[in-house]
Write a protein that binds this ligand. Structure first.
Ligand SMILES: NC(=O)c1ccc[n+]([C@@H]2O[C@H](COP(=O)([O-])OP(=O)(O)OC[C@H]3O[C@@H](n4cnc5c(N)ncnc54)[C@H](OP(=O)(O)O)[C@@H]3O)[C@@H](O)[C@H]2O)c1
Length: 289
C-alpha cells in the first residue's frame, strides 16, 4: 500500500532529514510554519483532516530553550497542545504517529544514563511543555512512538556545531565552553532513520531513547568539532577551547547537568544501529558548511 505521510517541521533539522527518507514509503506532504501555524488548533485539525495521512511525523517544536521561559504559553501551544491534537486526529484516522522528545524532561541529577521509565522532572518551561506533549500524545494514541533525544546537530538550521564553526569563521580563536553538563550529541539523520524504522517495522508504541552512542560535555563536543575543523582546514588559525562551569555562563533556563540517555530499549529492537557521536559528527560534516 502506498502511504500518505504528513510531516510537520519541514524546515527544521530533523524534518529536513526525514522528508526524503519518507518519500520511499509514498506521498509526503511536508509542512512548515507558513503552511499551518501549530498555535492554531482549529487550523491544525482541519489540515490533518483534509490530508488524511496514514503516517504522521511531528518534527516541529518550539526549541528555543531560553526564550521559552518568557513565552510559556507559546511553548505550551506548540510543544503540548499541538502534538495532543495530532495524536487525537491520528487515532481517529487509524494513522501511525512518530513524535520527538527531549532529554530536558529529566532533572539531570542522575549518575547513570536515564532509562525511559525513570522519573521525569524538567528544570524549565521547554522541558515541561515537551513532557506534557509526550504524555498527551500517549494518552490519545498509545501506539504512538516517541523518540526522546538530545543535543541534535545537522548541516541545517541552528545547532551547536554550526555556532562553533561560525564563531571560528568570524575570527574567534579562543572560546569558553561549559564543561560540567554531560549528554550525547545526536545527528538529525539518525532521528530520521529511527522514525522510518519505527513505522516500517511497526514497533510497539511508547517512549524510546534514541541518541548517538557515547557521552561528552559541551566542552568535549567543542574540542571534537575544532579537531575536525583543523583537519579539514589546516591553514585556518586554530581555536583553543577553555572549559568553564555552568555557573560562569548564566542562561535564562536551567539545564540538566547530566542527561545521558540509555538506549538499550531501542537497541533491543535490532533496527537502526547507533553510531558513536564522534563518527556521526564526521559523517555529518565530511566538509565544512
Ligand atoms: N535541537 C535539539 O538539540 C533537540 C534536543 C532534544 C530534542 N529535540 C527535539 O527534536 C525535535 C526536532 O528538533 P529540531 O532540532 O529538528 O527542531 P528545529 O530545527 O528547531 O525545527 C523546529 C521546526 O518546528 C517549526 N515550528 C516552530 N514553531 C512552529 C509553529 N508555531 N507552527 C509550525 N511550525 C513551527 C519550525 O519552523 P520555523 O523555523 O519556521 O519556526 C521548524 O521547522 C523536536 O521535537 C525537539 O524538541 C531537539
Amino acid at each position: 500500500m502506498t502511504e500518505r505521510i504528513l510531516l510537520f517541521g519541514r524546515g527544521g533539522q530533523v524534518g529536513t532529514e526525514a522528508r526524503p527518507l519518507f518519500e520511499r514509503l509514498g506521498e509526503v506532504v511536508a509542512l512548515d510554519h507558513d503552511d499551518v501555524d501549530l498555535r492554531n488548533v482549529d487550523a491544525l485539525r482541519e489540515t490533518i483532516r483534509s490530508i488524511r495521512p496514514t503516517i504522521l511525523v511531528n518534527a516541529a517544536a518550539y526549541t528555543a530553550v531560553d526564550k521559552a521561559e518568557s513565552e510559556p504559553e507559546t511553548a505550551r501551544a506548540i510543544n503540548a497542545a499541538a502534538p495532543a491534537t495530532m495524536a487525537e486526529e491520528a487515532a481517529r484516522l487509524g494513522a501511525q504517529m512518530v513524535h520527538y522528545s527531549t532529554d530536558y524532561v529529566y532533572p539531570g541529577d542522575g549518575t547513570r544514563p536515564y532509562r525511559e521509565d525513570d522519573p521525569t522532572g524538567p528544570l524549565g518551561v521547554y522541558g515541561q511543555t515537551k513532557l506534557d506533549g509526550d504524555l498527551a500524545v500517549l494518552e490519545a494514541l498509545p501506539e504512538a512512538v516517541i523518540l526522546r533525544t538530545s543535543w541534535v546537530f545537522s548541516p541545517h538550521g541552528h545547532n551547536f556545531v554550526k555556532t562553533m564553526l561560525r564563531l571560528a569563521d568570524e575570527g574567534r580563536t579562543h572560546l569558553r565552553v561549559v564543561a560540567d553538563q554531560r549528554g550525547t550529541p545526536t545527528a538529525a539523520s539518525l532521528l530520521a532513520d529511527g522514525a522510518l524504522a519505527a513505522v516500517e517495522h511497526c514497533i510497539p508504541g511508547g517512549v524510546y531513547h534514541l541518541t548517538n552512542a557515547g557521552e561528552t560535555t559541551w566542552y568535549g563536543f567543542a574540542e571534537a568539532i575544532f579537531a575536525a575543523r583543523a583537519r579539514l582546514l589546516p591553514e585556518a588559525p586554530p581555536v583553543t577551547v577553555e572549559p568553564i562551569a555552568t555557573a560562569d555562563y548564566p542562561t535564562l533556563a536551567r539545564r540538566p547537568a547530566y542527561s545521558v540517555l540509555d538506549g538499550a530499549k531501542w537497541d533491543a529492537l535490532g533496527r537502526v544501529v547507533r553510531a558513536s557521536w564522534r563518527d556521526a559528527l564526521l559523517q555529518t560534516f565530511p566538509t565544512l558548511p
